[in-house]
Design a binder for this molecule. Structure first.
Ligand SMILES: [Zn+2]
Length: 377
């Protein structure tokens, strides 16, 4: 196996604003934590530095007038015409370097796609990527450019025939769904907090694709308070049989970590133990994986979770060579690989019963409407 961690400290130069929840520096923090736990040392692992792409790459998916407007926004100064393209809102502020940042995000994700399509890597992780809400002609949901859509199109163009896109971010991957809604060569599977209670208000189970794409868009809306066990059960009962039947050439995974109990923007109740089980399932499902960071707003928890994900994708156990050396005399000793894992969390039985009923209805719908398309009885 060859594995690549896409990293550049240049992401740290960009800020959506001091109080904006999306922090590009999560990439550097994840890199540093992986380094600390010895997860970049293996002979098959390479750290690759991305460069910004040219504007033409952005134009492979986005509307030219949107790209022009995003370029105008690069100076950091806002004018009201930008609102037409979703720029200058609280979610998608105009900030200095917004265009450069978008070119760099694309550079990182496209580098990953190229390593996979050229056979130079089987597993790639780019923490600052996976901007699943960006639309063809607008920014939304902290996303300015849809690196996922462009990467999937590149993988298909390189000769791959079938791609699975799996999205475990707490929000529905609406931008990616829209791009491939009528396609049967991209199997889209998204688990997310229901659009009844969370942005972007889409991703209901009856959104299953159109035309030849019917049955190739799969949405699993989750109730608030969903915990590890309910989530993992839902994931395994849908993702695993579908991917086994579809047999993709590559899985593109948006592994957002705003599903965590401590996330300030969502209402799910996962720990990174449930998350790890899902990552393990993804890892087993295909020999080629492009993993992209996505969302996650309890920063230190996201970084711990992504570190675990990187370890799992590479079949490694985190090791801390400094354990016992750098803990001080005053600070209680808490550092060590165990610190990466959250304590278990389970719902009270009566709440769990209600949530179980809720998810069973969604799963029954998918078994009835989607599974037959894939010959699963
Ligand atoms: Zn999200």
């Amino acid at each position: 196996m060859n594995s690549a961690f896409i990293y550049t400290s240049r992401f740290d130069d960009f800020s959506l604003g001091e109080y904006h929840p999306f922090k590009p520096y999560r990439g550097t923090m994840t890199f540093e934590l992986c380094y600390r736990y010895g997860l970049l040392d293996a002979s098959w692992i390479e750290v690759m530095e991305p460069a910004p792409v040219t504007e033409e790459v952005m134009l492979e998916y986005h509307l030219p007038r949107y790209v022009e407007t995003l370029k105008d926004a690069n100076s950091g100064s806002f004018d009201f015409t930008m609102l037409e393209y979703g720029l200058g809102t609280g979610d998608n502020p105009v900030f200095k370097g917004v265009f450069d940042f978008s070119l760099l995000v694309l550079g990182a994700t496209i580098l990953g796609a190229e390593l996979l399509s050229e056979g130079k890597a089987d597993m790639v992780f780019s923490p600052v990527g996976g901007l699943h809400h960006a639309g063809y002609d607008h920014a939304e949901g902290f996303c300015y450019v849809n690196d996922i859509v462009i990467a999937i199109n590149r993988l298909l163009k390189s000769g791959m025939k079938k791609i699975v896109y799996v999205d475990i971010d707490a929000h529905h991957g609406n931008g990616v769904q829209d791009a491939f809604y009528d396609r049967d060569d991209v199997l889209f599977i998204s688990l997310h907090q229901s659009g009844e209670t969370l942005y972007p208000g889409t991703g209901f189970e009856n959104e299953t694709g159109e035309g030849r794409g019917v049955g190739y868009t799969v949405n699993i809306p989750l109730s608030e308070y969903t915990d590890d066990d309910i989530y993992v059960q839902a994931f395994e009962s849908v993702y695993t049989p579908l991917v086994e039947s579809f047999r993709p050439d590559c899985v593109v995974a948006q592994i957002g970590l705003d599903t965590l109990k401590k996330d300030p923007l969502t209402n799910l109740r996962l720990t990174n133990n449930g998350y790890s089980r899902v990552i393990e399932e993804i890892r087993k499902s295909c020999p080629k994986i492009l993993a992209l960071g996505g969302g996650g707003y309890s920063v230190s928890d996201v970084v711990r979770g992504w570190t675990l994900a990187w370890a799992i994708f590479n079949g490694l156990e985190p090791q801390d060579p400094y354990q016992g050396i750098i803990s001080g005399n005053l600070v209680p000793f808490t550092q060590g690989p165990d610190e990466l894992r959250d304590p278990p969390y389970h719902l009270a039985e009566n709440i769990r019963r209600d949530l179980h009923e809720y998810i069973e209805k969604k799963l029954a719908f998918i078994r009835e409407r989607v599974f037959p398309v894939h010959g699963i009885g």
